[in-house]
Structure formats: structure tokens, C-alpha cells
Design a protein around this ligand. Structure first.
Ligand code: AMP
Length: 582
């Protein structure tokens, strides 16, 4: 039998990763880890370091409740449920509790008999089983399996099994750091990261990429192709400050579409099986049975991937994003299908019996129009193919008058491929908040909180917000956000941010400011600012303009962006471009 990595070897690397704040060191530690990992377990290790048990898009997610995990810890130790709860209240982290008390007396040891050392494959299999048990008796099965794993692990292992099962591992490693590591370990050079990243962008499965690389090196990447049923990481848009610049970027080869104010959907259809993925790669099919039905009625082809924006629709009018968000639910789905009907405006076709990613946009659009027959729900996005900027501006005004966000301007050149996972100039967004000097809202990641005073005492008074530096895979601060919050929002904040609290500055955060509370960079908010200025206290773009960063002045909170991941935040590079144009 081939060698297996023991779980305690894996967690010894977890301990090292928790100790470092430098991303380079993290990559070095991870390279050492992968050198120790047998090829057959590379995918599992990829998932586990990210705190997952599968590719992000797969439905199997853990996120067990505190109560069940506390009970499992109690079974695996000599402590009663009450004692475990008491320790949980003291420490605030069940992982620490499990570490502390597991191994004191292992009541299940006699049940399991003498065991060999726990391997990563066994832990992964156990966690997968837990996520899959369903129906009657499933609660007990989950409980027993988890207690069994905790019992067999050593103390440090118990800590991490508990954190993973709660969905709270949070070692601070992003997918991009992992891709760097894989490139370095298996192709010998971090420079190959773009090809590795492309394989990840079209498969959304870092485990698959890792395993192919481990077995076949660089060549393994050729095996990874677009597959219906496996989401493609979505293409994103750049922003402009001034409409005239469209011509500099795209010359005369572009078309403009309405930028709808809704939720992006990537829809995969294989025969009559339809799956819908959100921008975060979550499978949201069950929330939209109406869209599933309408897509089946609209598209006859066997294997298709299309993209579009779903928008709430009521009394003959399109509604805003917040209205649509009421459809984000587990229960009462049918009631909300009727209460908040939607339309889906399709704007791209990525696959039709074969991948279309490398075809230019006009060809993809034509295929889309030929393939779908419109119905009550499924529509093609509104598009104009003029290169007259005056016409584009009129189209923009009409779109805004109709309550939409603005327009998307898309390259129609022969190079206008679908660039999975990339934010480049092939798509340009032009939004309506152009009356302020900062013409667009930005999406920022919350990395810290400041205690409120007076009316806000006991709550957060302001949040420390950061932009994403994609090159370094870190979050750099740009503003302290203290206005625009309703009383209701302020009250919700502590609860919403609690899962991300961190005792020290997280590894991927770059900040000169010390907030009262650090947060792991996971929670995204939308912010509108008045202007950008140089600042000695913020770190965004700090390497580019000497030892000062860029700050957003007079930032206002606009809303939560639960649909975005922190890596989808506005990038430092975009902030720099906005600054230079100011
Ligand atoms: P932003 O979230 O501001 O970066 O803008 C990009 C988002 O606009 C995409 O992810 C889509 O969800 C949305 N969108 C709305 N209408 C369109 C369209 N016609 N083409 C592409 N994206 C669109």
C-alpha cells in the first residue's frame, strides 16, 4: 500500500502557518508540506488547508453547529456536556476546548481498540461521511463519526478537526497563495502560476489542479478542460472614470449592454438537468426552481453553459438587488417564487456542445441568440452595437432611468475571449454614481473594528476597510468607515462580524492602524467615497508611491455584499488607477 500522510504531520504544518505573518513564509511552509505529501493525497491536502473537504462548488459543506460539535467533544473526553459548554463560554473557541480536554480519558478508546495513527485520508473520509449522512438517524451517525475522529486524533489534531467541522479553520491561506505553492512545488517555478491559475479558473477545483500537477507536472494542466456541471470562475469588468476613454481602450470595436442590478448566475444545462452557480461558485439551484424550469423551456441543446443576471420583477417593473436578496433562503422557496418573481437576462454563452471560451464575444453572443428562445423569464440582455459615444450615453441614461446600474461595454475585437476569473479591459463597467468625484462605489473587505462611543457604545463605531492586492494576495487598508450605517445595521454588525474575529492581525492583512478588534479578511461591504488622497496611515498601494498609501475620504456605507468573496473586493491596482485619474 502506498504511504499516507499522517494527520499529525499535516497539523504540524498548520501550527507553523498560524505562527507566520509573512506570505512568502507561508508559501515556503506549504511547499515543504506538499513535498511530504504523496501524490494520491495532494487534492485532499489542498482542500484541507483551505478548510474545505471538496472543491468550493461542490455541495458537501460542513459547517456543523456548535451544539453538535460540543456534544461530540464531550463524548470523546471525560467531560460532561455542561463542562464543555462552560469551557466554550470561557474560551470562545471549541477547537481550543477540544485540544484542552481531549486525551484526558478517551472513553471511546476501548470501543475502537488499539488504532494506527490517523491519516489525512481517514480524516477527510470521516468529514465527508459526516457531510453526507441524511435522513433518520443521521444526527447520531454524524455525532459518532466526529467523536470517533476527535478520539483518535492527538490534541492538536482535535483542535483542527473541530475547527474544520465547524467550517472555521481559517489559516489565512487564499486560493492564490495555494496556486503559487503548487506552481513552485510541481513545476519548479512560481512564474508558471498564470497557467496554473488558468486551469483553476476553468475548473474551480484547486484539488484537481494540484493532483494533475503532482502526477504529471506542467503537462498535467492540459488534461483540465471546461466541463458542464463544473462552474467556471467568472469574468469581471474594469471601471472607467470618463466615457470618452472607452475609445482609448477598445477603439471602435465594442458593444454596450444594460448593467442589470441583480445577481449573476452561471447556468449549466446537461440534457434537462440544470444547475445554477452564484458568483461565489455556490450551487444556488434550489433557490430558483422557476429559472430551472424556464431554462429547460428556453434551451433545447444538450450541453450548454450560459451566464446572465437575475433581477427581481414586480408589477411590470424590474426591482433592485436588495429585493432579489429575499430569494436567498433555505425554506419557503415556493412562496418566494411567487412573492418575488425574477427575470434572467442572459449575456454570454460559454459552452455549446464544446467550449466557447476562446471564441470572440460577437460569436458567443450570436450563438446565444440563436440558441435560446425567449420566454416570460428568460431574456437576452439589451445590447446596442453602436460605436457612437453619444448613442452609448443615451443608452446609459435610459438604463439608469429604468432603475438599472448603468452599462457594460464589451470588446468585440477578435481577441475578445471569455477570460475566466480575470478583471481586464475586455469588459468595462460604467455606473451611475458619477456625480461624485469618485464615480463608482468600491467593494472593500472589513479587517478591523473600532468600539463605538456615546449612542454607539457597545457596538462598532467604525470599520477598518481594505482593498485587495491581487499580486501579493494581501489586504491593504484604505479607510475607516463610520458613516452611512442605519441604527439597524449598526446593531447587526457585531453578530455578523463575530465569526471573523481574530486575536491578532491576520497574516494577509497589511495595516499601520491597530483597531480594537481584528477580523479575518472575509466580509465585504460596498462603500462610496468622495475622493482619494495620499495618506501616511493607510497601506493601499504603499509600494507604488513611496511610503504613503492611498485613502478614501468621506467613505459612506452603502450595503453588505454577501455575494462577494474578499478576493472579489476592489483591488489596490484599481484604487491606484482611480487615484491617478482624480
Ligand atoms: P461589479 O459587481 O460592479 O464589478 O460589476 C460586474 C457585475 O455586473 C457582473 O458580475 C454581473 O453580475 C453584473 N452584470 C449586470 N449586467 C451585466 C451584463 N450585461 N454583462 C455582464 N455583467 C453584468
Amino acid at each position: 500500500m502506498s504511504r499516507s500522510l499522517s494527520f499529525s504531520e499535516l497539523t504540524s504544518y498548520f501550527l507553523q502557518l498560524e505562527e507566520t505573518r509573512s506570505r512568502n513564509e507561508m508559501t515556503d511552509i506549504l511547499v515543504d508540506l506538499f513535498k511530504e505529501t504523496p501524490n494520491s493525497e495532494v487534492d485532499i491536502v489542498c482542500y484541507l488547508v483551505l478548510g474545505q473537504i471538496n472543491a468550493e462548488y461542490e455541495e458537501e459543506v460542513l459547517g456543523l453547529g456548535n451544539k453538535m460539535v460540543a456534544k461530540a467533544i464531550s463524548i470523546a473526553s471525560s467531560k460532561s456536556k455542561q463542562e464543555v459548554q462552560e469551557l466554550f463560554r470561557e474560551t470562545g473557541d471549541l477547537g481550543t476546548v477540544a485540544e484542552k480536554i481531549s486525551g484526558e480519558t478517551k472513553t471511546l478508546n476501548s470501543f475502537f481498540g488499539e488504532q494506527k495513527e490517523l491519516t489525512v485520508t481517514e480524516v477527510h473520509q470521516g468529514l465527508k461521511d459526516i457531510s453526507r449522512f441524511e435522513g433518520s438517524g443521521s444526527y447520531d451517525k454524524k455525532l459518532r463519526t466526529l467523536a470517533g475522529l476527535i478520539t483518535r486524533a492527538d490534541k492538536v489534531g482535535a483542535r483542527y478537526i473541530v475547527r474544520i467541522s465547524l467550517g472555521k479553520l481559517r489559516l489565512g491561506i487564499g486560493a492564490m497563495t495555494l496556486l503559487d505553492t503548487l506552481a513552485k512545488t510541481y513545476t519548479g517555478d512560481k512564474k508558471n502560476r498564470p497557467e496554473v491559475e488558468r486551469a483553476y479558473n476553468i475548473s474551480s477545483d484547486v484539488g484537481l489542479v494540484g493532483k494533475k500537477l503532482a502526477y504529471k507536472g506542467h503537462k498535467g494542466l492540459e488534461d483540465i478542460e471546461v466541463e458542464v456541471g463544473r462552474p467556471i470562475r467568472m469574468m469581471l469588468a474594469q471601471r472607467l472614470e470618463n466615457l470618452d476613454e472607452v475609445k482609448d481602450k477598445l477603439e471602435d470595436r465594442f458593444a454596450a449592454e444594460v448593467k442589470y442590478d441583480g445577481e449573476r448566475m452561471q447556468i449549466h444545462k446537461k440534457n434537462d438537468e440544470v444547475k445554477i452557480y452564484s458568483r461565489r461558485m455556490e450551487d444556488i439551484t434550489h433557490q430558483y426552481p422557476d429559472v430551472v424550469k424556464a431554462i429547460n423551456q428556453s434551451i433545447g441543446s444538450k450541453e450548454v453553459i450560459v451566464e446572465g443576471e437575475a433581477v427581481a420583477y414586480k408589477d411590470g417593473e424590474l426591482q433592485d438587488f436588495q429585493t432579489l436578496m429575499q430569494r436567498k433562503r433555505k425554506y419557503d422557496i415556493q412562496k418566494y417564487v411567487e412573492k418575488i418573481p425574477v427575470k434572467i437576462f442572459l449575456f454570454d454563452m460559454l459552452y455549446k456542445e464544446d467550449s466557447l471560451l476562446d471564441k470572440p464575444f460577437p460569436e458567443r453572443r450570436k450563438k446565444l441568440e440563436q440558441t435560446i428562445s425567449e420566454n416570460e423569464i428568460v431574456k437576452c440582455s439589451d445590447i446596442i452595437k453602436t460605436t457612437e459615444l453619444r448613442e452609448v450615453e443615451k443608452f446609459f441614461n435610459k438604463s439608469v432611468d429604468e432603475g438599472q446600474e448603468g452599462i457594460m461595454i464589451k470588446s468585440c475585437s477578435k481577441d475578445s475571449i471569455y477570460r475566466a476569473g480575470a478583471r481586464e479591459w475586455l469588459w468595462i463597467k460604467w455606473k451611475k454614481d458619477y456625480e461624485t468625484r469618485m464615480s463608482d462605489t468600491v467593494d472593500l473587505t472589513v479587517v478591523g473594528g473600532f468600539a463605538g462611543r456615546g449612542r454607539r457604545s457597545g457596538l462598532y463605531g467604525a470599520l477598518l476597510c481594505a482593498a485587495y492586492n491581487k499580486q501579493k494576495d494581501i489586504f491593504e487598508t484604505v479607510c475607516k468607515l463610520g458613516t452611512g450605517f442605519s441604527d439597524e445595521t449598526l446593531e447587526e454588525l457585531p453578530e455578523k462580524l463575530k465569526p471573523f474575529e481574530s486575536e491578532k492581525k491576520p497574516a494577509r492583512v497589511s495595516s499601520k492602524i491597530e483597531p480594537d478588534q481584528w477580523f479575518k479578511p472575509e466580509f465585504v461591504v460596498e462603500v462610496l467615497g468622495a475622493e482619494l488622497t495620499k495618506s501616511p496611515v493607510h497601506t493601499a498601494g504603499i509600494d507604488t508611491i513611496g511610503n504613503e498609501g492611498i485613502a478614501i475620504r468621506f467613505p459612506r456605507f452603502i450595503g453588505f455584499r454577501a455575494d462577494k468573496k474578499s478576493e472579489d473586493s476592489t483591488t489596490t491596482k484599481e484604487i491606484m488607477v482611480m487615484y491617478e485619474k482624480n
